[in-house]
Design a protein around this ligand. Structure first.
Ligand SMILES: Cc1cc2nc3c(=O)[nH]c(=O)nc-3n(C[C@H](O)[C@H](O)[C@H](O)COP(=O)(O)O)c2cc1C
Length: 288
């Protein structure tokens, strides 16, 4: 897959054509998951379940932004064993599935949830694994209107609004720092410009989808290492925070690996060395 192009083209789709996803397409999704889906923690047991439109009713009240659940012909639910980085791994894997769906020209949207057991009960999932990630998908409705969700607050999310109001994504200079959090001096010299590979990987990271589009994270470049840092955010709970970190790692890694080979992350970098402000956490580092 051409990750850079897919990442730039992807956007959340919340309106779907009244058309079934073909059995062949569902089989292709399943095969991709089994054979190609990228993993952050390869040894962690996971399982992908596919549900039809009946899942919408079942999920009502168990998933989705407070005021509405995206109704779609199908839903992907990723189950995972518990373990270190299980949440980040789920974000990483499911975002790879999202980009596969994008590659197949299917539209999709991440769906938040807070209680694995509640979702399992609603969907009658009988498994010792936890619900780790949910995505709605189908044939996106072709529309000339630029439909984006209108996020004013958690309890005021409105899809019908055609007014183009949504929080913009963070730019590179809001997200990439040199040596200490917030310091942008020297970043441009280090990461180069549009045709530079590191720039491209970090740009891909800025396009990551996140819960309520909050993007509570950033990168610090220090002594040749790139460290992903989690920023505190009172809106984003632990599940969505970890999914978001996994998603941003997938965006960065899948783009960077096009020139640097497989990116190896080590988790829990030396936070003290980075002099992070209170409440910030070093998540993972890699050397390029
Ligand atoms: C973990 C996670 C949970 C999300 N939950 C929902 C949701 O329940 N409903 C929804 O409409 N969008 C949901 N989104 C989509 C975000 O609102 C969307 O990614 C963000 O607004 C950025 O827009 P974009 O995906 O078009 O780039 C979620 C995204 C993530 C990553």
């Amino acid at each position: 897959m051409n990750y850079s192009a897919l990442i730039q083209n992807r956007k959340s789709v919340r309106e779907f054509a009244d058309k079934k996803v073909s059995a062949a397409a569902l089989a292709e999704i399943e095969t991709y998951y089994q054979k190609s889906c990228q993993r952050l923690v390869p040894d962690l047991e996971t399982k992908l379940c596919v549900f039809g439109e009946e899942a919408k009713e079942a999920l009502e009240g168990a998933a989705g932004y407070e005021s509405f659940l995206v109704g779609a012909p199908n839903y992907l639910v990723l189950l995972s064993a518990k373990g270190d980085q299980a949440g980040e791994n789920a974000g990483f894997m499911m975002e790879d599935m999202v980009l596969k769906l994008t590659d197949m020209e299917l539209g999709c949207c991440w769906i938040t949830f807070t209680d694995s057991e509640k979702v399992k009960a609603a969907l009658k999932i009988d498994s010792p694994l936890d619900v780790a990630a949910i995505v709605a998908f189908g044939q996106g409705l072709k529309t000339t209107k630029r439909l984006r969700v209108n996020i004013l607050s958690m309890s005021n999310v409105d899809i019908a609004a055609q007014r183009q109001y949504f929080a913009p994504k963070h730019g590179l200079h809001d997200m990439v720092f040199m040596d200490t959090w917030g310091n942008t001096q020297g970043v441009d010299e280090y990461i180069g410009f549009y045709d530079d590979m590191l720039w491209e990987a970090l740009y891909a990271a800025t396009l990551s989808p996140s819960y309520l589009n909050r993007q509570p994270y950033g990168f610090i470049i220090h002594e040749g290492q790139i460290t992903l840092v989690k920023a505190p955010d009172s809106y984003t709970d632990e599940i969505d925070a970890k999914l978001g970190l996994g998603i941003v790692l997938l965006h960065f890694s899948s783009t960077a690996s096009q020139w640097a080979g497989k990116i190896k992350w080590s988790f829990g970098a030396d936070a003290a060395k980075l002099q992070l402000p209170e409440g910030y956490e070093a998540v993972a580092s890699c050397k390029l």
